[in-house]
Design a protein around this ligand. Structure first.
Ligand SMILES: CC(C)(COP(=O)(O)OP(=O)(O)OC[C@H]1O[C@@H](n2cnc3c(N)ncnc32)[C@H](O)[C@@H]1OP(=O)(O)O)[C@@H](O)C(=O)NCCC(=O)NCCS
Length: 178
């Protein structure tokens, strides 16, 4: 990204939106254009809560990210992972996209950074996402943000995982209820 080509400080904002809000209706065509309706809408019993972030440039939606809070290992049928006697939770990013004409201007990075801050607030100890091989922009973004890489044979993809310092509270490892 060149020094003057990004949106940093120039009208870009990242907000969390609910399905009932007008912002959701405005964002929906962006989700459809990127063909991620399923990722934005899917529900599962192990999702403790779900959070959709919208990227707005001067109030115009240009991208989105959805994260869900889940107990680490639950979707793989694995037992809880404990730390100091407490169950650990993670923020899993299951939808992420930016309009093609708005890419390479820092919108995706801003969404990921906000997701990490939100994960911290939600007392998750890591952020995780899956990406197909060959998604060079996404790989660049995740690796440059400090994510570790776990290749998976299961679905010809990799998992990106980044540890998040948990909030300094007695309930610091508890996910927020849905
Ligand atoms: C992945 C995606 C969300 C990134 O959004 P974005 O707004 O372009 O992200 P940013 O501008 O913040 O960062 C992109 C980075 O990738 C780099 N990049 C772009 N194309 C690249 C390529 N072909 N190879 C390597 N790096 C590349 C950019 O230079 C930039 O890095 P920099 O900040 O160090 O300059 C966007 O490409 C997208 O919507 N892709 C389609 C949907 C998708 O793949 N979603 C993720 C998996 S579900």
């Amino acid at each position: 990204m060149g020094p003057n080509s990004g949106y940093k400080g120039k009208g870009l904002s990242i907000i969390e939106i609910s399905e009932e809000s007008q912002d959701w209706q405005h964002l929906w065509p962006v989700v459809e254009l990127l063909n991620q309706q399923q990722n934005v809408q899917v529900q599962a019993g192990h999702f403790l809560s779900s959070h959709v972030l919208a990227a707005l440039v001067n109030d115009r939606p240009v991208g989105f990210l959805r994260l869900v809070v889940q107990r680490i290992g639950e979707n793989e049928g694995r037992p809880p992972v404990l730390f100091q006697g407490r169950t650990l939770f993670e923020a899993k990013i299951i939808a992420f996209g930016v309009l093609p004409k708005e890419r390479n201007r820092g919108v995706g990075r801003a969404l990921q950074q906000k997701a990490m801050r939100r994960a911290h607030e939600l007392n998750c100890c890591q952020v995780r996402s899956r990406s197909d091989y060959g998604n060079d922009a996404n790989y660049h973004l995740k690796i440059s943000l400090g994510f570790g890489i776990q290749p998976s044979l299961e679905n010809d993809s990799v998992y990106f995982v980044k540890a998040i310092p948990t909030a300094d509270s007695p309930d610091s490892t508890r996910g927020e209820p849905a």
